[in-house]
Design a protein around this ligand. Structure first.
Ligand code: C5P
Length: 303
């Protein structure tokens, strides 16, 4: 997450993430699932610009980049209404926690596809907490911000930590940074349809013998990417495929492509292939564009 001050306004870049591993360890009594997941931030960003606003009010203005794309009307419709948007919730939560009545106008430029498992909303919420802490000169500690992040969503703490990669546990809010010294490149396809996270979790079945992330971490740490495909794992994928055939179609297509491995991210529907260089990813992206299964992105790991 990159914060830059321009005179009386502040801008923040909010990255997307991919899950290279997601295991469900069990159901919890609070309705959530206990997870072990490896999250990697990638170079696709939303941008938030904070400027002064009417006292006590949060005003959100939103625009989607790439408006010639016919997916974008769906994307705008899928974005939650202003008072349901996590950005507005984050700003209001911070205002009441700090007992202030400052106002703010937030201009949000969306590049991260919505309802895709890339956590754009959570990243925007983390950017709002970190951005307004600076913009309003609140000096809240990172522990206080992490506590607020947990109230906004399970993925928000990962983005607040600002780490390129982390294993997240609990419901996702316990963040343990991990080393990934060699940059990976991804080709990502977001199909025309999205999926709702609660619906996918409702549909999934926690496995009897959960898999662990350790072997994948060792491979990523040492840059040995052979056999990496077999170690990529997402326990939500089967459920997502039952709910949305676009995911299955993408799996079929990616398994015919020369990638190191492929997987659905988070609760879907975006699907990615792992590549060893940007050039490799661009080559696969050109082939995937021809298949016309959705919007195709190329991005590297890290902030
Ligand atoms: O935490 P967040 O609001 O992002 O979660 C959205 C929904 O996803 C939750 O309401 C819950 O249905 C599901 N979820 C879950 N277990 C998790 C994270 C999310 O069941 N660890």
């Amino acid at each position: 997450m990159l914060l830059s001050q321009h005179g009386r306004s502040l801008s923040v870049c909010a990255p997307a993430k991919l899950n290279l591993f997601l295991e469900i360890l069990g159901r919890r009594t609070d309705g959530y699932h206990e997870l072990e997941t490896l999250m990697v931030s990638i170079g696709i960003y939303d941008t938030l610009l904070f400027t002064e606003g009417e006292s006590g009010k949060t005003r959100l203005r939103c625009c989607h980049v790439g408006s010639q794309d016919r997916n974008d009307s769906d994307q705008a419709a899928a974005l939650p209404a202003a008072d349901e948007n996590l950005v507005v919730k984050a700003a209001n939560l911070l205002r009441s926690h700090a007992r202030i009545d400052y106002g703010v106008t937030i201009d949000l430029v969306k590049r991260i596809p919505v309802a895709s498992g890339m956590a754009g909303g959570s990243s925007d919420a983390a950017a709002t907490l970190a951005g307004l802490n600076r913009f309003w000169d609140l000096h809240l500690s990172s522990d206080e911000l992490i506590h607020l992040a947990g109230r906004l969503g399970s993925d928000v703490a990962f983005f607040l930590a600002g780490e390129p990669a982390a294993v997240c546990r609990g419901r996702g809010e316990i963040v343990e940074p991990v080393a990934m010294p060699v940059k990976l490149w991804f080709v990502i396809v977001r199909p025309r349809s999205g999926l709702s996270t609660p619906a996918v979790f409702r549909e999934c079945q926690p496995p009897d013998s959960p898999r662990r992330v350790d072997e994948l971490l060792t491979r990523l740490n040492t840059g040995r990417f052979d056999r990496i495909g077999a170690l990529l794992h997402n326990s939500l994928q089967e459920a997502a495929e039952r709910l949305n055939s676009d995911v299955t179609e993408l799996k079929r297509e990616l398994s015919t492509q020369p990638v190191l491995g492929h997987l659905m991210t988070g609760s879907g529907t975006a699907y990615f292939g792992v590549c060893h260089s940007r050039r490799h990813a661009m080559r696969v992206a050109a082939r995937l564009k021809q298949a016309q299964l959705g919007r195709v992105y190329v991005a590297g790991s890290g902030q």
